[in-house]
Design a protein around this ligand. Sequence first.
Ligand code: 5CA
Length: 441
Amino acid sequence: MRLSRYFLPVLKETPSEAQIVSHRLMLRAGMIRQEAAGIYAWLPLGFRVLQKIEQIVREEMNRAGAIEMLMPTLQPSELWKETGRYDAYGPEMLRITDRHDREMLYGPTNEDMITDIFRAYVKSYKALPLNLYHTQWKFRDEVRPRFGVMRGREFLMKDAYSFDIDEAAARRSYNRMYVAYLRTFSRMGLKTIPMRAETGPIGGDLSHEFIVLADTGESGVFCHKDLLDMPIPGEDVDFDGDLEPIVRQRTALYAATEDVHDQARFEAEVPAEKRMAARGIEVGQVFYFGTKYSVPMKATVTGPDGKEVPIHGGSYGVGVSRLVGAIIEASHDDNGIIWPEPVAPFDVAVINLKSGDAKTDAACEELYAKLSKAGCDVLYDDRDDRPGAKFATMDLIGIPWQVVVGPRGLEKGMLEVKNRATGVKEELSLEAVLNRFAAKP
Ligand code: 5CA
């Protein structure tokens, strides 16, 4: 992408309405624009990151055996009346009436709808276990939308729903999602800690929130410090095998959000030097709720013994749009965002220090063409602007690698490569730059 032809409306001033750094940086970097309280347009740069995150979540869901589909944003009220949630959800639910006076709602979550889909088609235990997921916009009319995309009213969520014959099988499904979440967040460069959590309007009695530690986080959390350094399961983890040891290794150590925190237990179980009280951002939550939806909605299957039983369910959410903010909270400096490579909007920035200079232009064009051809996502700053302004923009928007091309370096046949995270600069030939980045998977 040539910056001269791109749509990157960066702001010079720090927006005064933004209280936390990720919100400020997302506005300044031209990633989002607020359209109404808690409702955002995703501008091209922001949309790229959102899609990268969605894709990582998708790959890890698929790896764990979940099956992708897509449910609508608008739902009929009938399903929610069946489960009793139409009244229970309260003013957070956006209720809409259509032209025929039918009561509709903009979905805040999808347990009711997916249970309806399930019961329409699945009749036998032989189809189980089953896990269906989608990534779709949700609406929750939060009283206080704030912190930009972190607590929006409209937000993008990946939500998965598992169906099992009994509690033991449902527990295995829960473990699969738990382990998939560890992998998902780690691939985005995040360190998350699963914490025992309240279940709220989703229901059930087993739930973990996946928390990224950050001072600006909305959740108070208490945990054993060793949870910060637990190994993350590799790509070769066997999702059909026994995942209980991986899960138990973590759940054996105290970790709870403030809503379920038990100070006496915390002090009894965790030695003083290992206690951590902190704040964090909830980027995902997993729930086991048993038959909460299957009983009222009559989602039953015939078991091996021919008897009809209600299925045991769980649901598993990832805050895809919230993650964009959470990653920035975890990875930035005074100059701007520092994207972890897997979620960066572009892999490499090419900075032309002297647009209009024939030799510099030619070197940049060659680099841009060859890197792009090799499958590298390049943002080429071909504009006629001061070098200082170009560096500042690239630092602000956080592209992991900057290749700086100028007449002085070219005289020696050299380009400068800067790593955004470390600030380390190297002089490399064009050939070496190509080898470095074109070889990237
Ligand atoms: N149905 C279940 C799981 S599929 C569910 O709705 N879970 S949830 O309420 O915990 O939401 C899942 C994730 O969505 C949360 O962990 C959080 O990361 C994200 N999320 C929730 N509310 C918001 C919001 N207002 N703005 C941005 N992200 C949100």
